[in-house]
Design a protein around this ligand. Sequence first.
Ligand SMILES: Cc1ncc(COP(=O)(O)O)c(C=O)c1O
Length: 491
Amino acid sequence: MKQTAEGKQISDKQKAAPLWEALEAYKKKGVVPFHTPGHKLRSGPFTRIAAALGSGFFALDPSDEIEDPSFDNDFELALEAAESLAAELFGAQDTVFLVNGTTGGLHYFLMPVTGTVLVPRFSHQAVYSALILSEGEGVYLPAHFDPDWLIPLPPKIQQVEKLLAENDCQAMVLTHPTYYGTVCDLARITALAKKRNVRVFVDEAHGGHFCFSPDLPPTGLECGAHGVVQSTHKTLGSFTQTSMLHSNDKAWSSKVKQSQRVLQSTSPSLVFLAVLDEVRRVLALQGGDITGQTLELAHSCATRLEQISGVELLPRHLQGDPTKIVFTLRKLGLTGIEVERILRKDYNIQVELSDYYNVLALITVGDSVDHITKLVNAVGDLAARSTHLGGSGLPRHRVQVPGLPPTTHSLREAFFQEQEQIPLAEASGRVSGSFLTPYPPGVPVIVPGEQFTQDIVEYLSWCSAIGWPIRGLMAEEKVTVLKDYNHFCRK
Ligand SMILES: Cc1ncc(COP(=O)(O)O)c(C=O)c1O
């Protein structure tokens, strides 16, 4: 065992990456492959793919069907070894590598649920789709937004306490951190839930890096959660769509694996899984240093942006994860959505997300001083341009984010009912057949089985008018609603 810079006890085995090494060994052997995949580990006619990815990429992509313990590269055994090393590093009893992102992990955690699940309304769509797959019913913690910054805030202790007392919950899901980097008092909320025998699952899609620095918030597992899912691809550098599910709940873990067996492809990409393994190895050896450097870059970025006249940064009391830089140019009359567009068009910079006020720039292991300088210079230039154009402050956001609408059908019932499309403007009183989610941040305003109110119609129309993309809103501003036979009869 050894102790890392951030105080973690890890075994010497962390220096190895068993799955990555098994894959490389298979490549080296040059086995004549009469097995899937069809490219037969060669680039063949796919010259453009080979030119971009390297022909060696194909050789690292055998199917996972090859099992032979007498071989030195039985992929199933290597995957098990890789997952247990990840479990050790992230402080879990059990870890599962995922090829369908945190979306998949949330589905596996929640599919076995049969009772009530406490769900913050600003949960990612994957939590809702997990409920459609399960026999569970969601009880929602209403979203509340910071009045000055209009970002969704994490749930308050009192809110959670009240809903836990009013409902006999089997599980709850918390998002930690939110897309904007805000965090709740996870340890206290988890303790409250556990007192009532409620399982706590944490959507840690944006917090995989937390365990590598004491200057970051505590992880879900450190706060006592039963399980967490992390998008390793979002903050830690693995390939897009690869995540890790960590669990400290033996009984639930076996249900999670059963769910995975039915929901996951029977041909998960070995390259993707092996990249998770290799990323884990590097993090075990250098995670503390890498995260320290990322934090320094983020700090420098925030400090330099703050010095630009007209630029405001998310205040410290709202900031949980300093690697998520949230800023606004509203004093200069620009919406976050406009800033995102101008940064892309005029400066070749793409940020993670924008909303009416804010822009979010993510700083991760992949960033460099050069990236930060480019962003700071571009924002400085843009701020000077808009001041020169006489930009005056952005009108305050006047539309109230609507409260939770009435529910007439369960999510699952509504999802599979007969539906039709009507103009959003005529939807008041009708029951939604789909999710309508201004994205980002991905907080559904209405979900299947809920009834449109006039407030909701007006809010969504406003989002659409300012160019805020709404997932679920169709061409000509149409929405999907359940067919209303009573209504037709009345006519
Ligand atoms: C809070 C949150 N949870 C879950 C997900 C889904 O993660 P993935 O893309 O890894 O499936 C996202 C994706 O953006 C997210 O923002």
